[in-house]
Design a protein around this ligand. Structure first.
Ligand code: PEP
Length: 253
């Protein structure tokens, strides 16, 4: 089933106490999610257990890590493995966020290894892709983003690619207050679905959730999510505010 997903990416924000208060605020709103909808909170590593407890076993609420190492285990001081994340009951992991590509030099090749290790440990990758402003201005965004998918995901067999959630996040729209128009989001999402369909067939492409990320807020979520190929959003700034993120969850179609 193709899920409609509101995913919060807290990044390196909030203290433990602030995180608890925020989760309490959102969970206290008792927003019921039908089986085709999901709300996911990607919290900092030290908060994973707490966040897992806060959502309890509320249907269709889940926790994600924001990153994992590409190797199974070993002498990599400060790193966190997919197996560790799974062992605390977490089901999702963000892979390839543009901030990690930019500040931690994560390449398509490295990300394909992270995708593999996540799947090996039964974590669902939320795989991020998206172009910079110069690439968009050069008119090469379609081939650039398709290249990111091909390089990091297309080695997977069909039954595994269906486990991936894709998040299209144009870099020029992340944290800038500049949102892609709903038509720009739809055009890219439809293009990415067609690229996946060409490789794996339309039935497989139709099962994959493609989220939009880039300055999604309570006030624009309904319009963006209403597009036929937009299956919800990955949300940074607005996910740090309970009212805003609740509105975004409610905007899922
Ligand atoms: C993000 O970091 O994934 C993101 C989309 O951030 P923002 O919503 O703040 O643009």
């Amino acid at each position: 089933m193709r899920h409609q997903i509101a995913a919060a990416n807290w990044k390196m924000n909030l203290t433990y106490k602030q995180g608890k208060i925020l989760l309490d605020e959102i969970m206290n709103k008792q927003i019921a999610l039908e089986p085709h909808k999901k709300a996911i909170f990607a919290v900092p590593f030290p908060y994973l257990r707490m966040a897992k407890k806060k959502i309890k076993d509320r249907e269709n609420y889940s926790i994600a890590a924001q990153n994992c190492h590409h190797l199974k285990s070993g002498a990599y001081t400060g790193e966190v493995s997919a197996e560790m994340i799974k062992s605390v009951g977490v089901g999702f992991v963000i892979i390839g966020h543009s901030e990690r590509r930019q500040y931690f030099n994560e390449t398509d090749a490295l990300l394909s290894e992270k995708v593999n290790i996540a799947i090996d440990h039964h974590l669902t990758p939320i795989f991020c892709c998206g172009e910079s402003l110069p690439i968009r201005e050069s008119g090469k965004e379609n081939e650039f983003v398709a290249g990111q998918l091909k390089n990091s995901l297309f080695h997977l067999p069909a039954e595994q690619i269906q486990k991936i959630v894709v998040a299209y996040e144009p870099i020029w729209a992340i944290g800038t207050g500049k949102t892609a128009s709903s038509q720009q989001a739809q055009d890219m999402h439809a293009w990415l679905r067609s690229v996946i369909a060409k490789q794996y067939g339309q039935p497989v492409a139709d099962t994959i959730s493609i989220l939009y990320g880039g300055s999604v807020k309570g006030s624009n979520a309904v319009e963006i999510f209403s597009q036929p190929d937009v299956d919800g959003g990955l949300v940074g700034g607005a996910s740090l505010n309970g009212e805003e993120f609740a509105a975004i969850i409610r905007a899922l179609k």
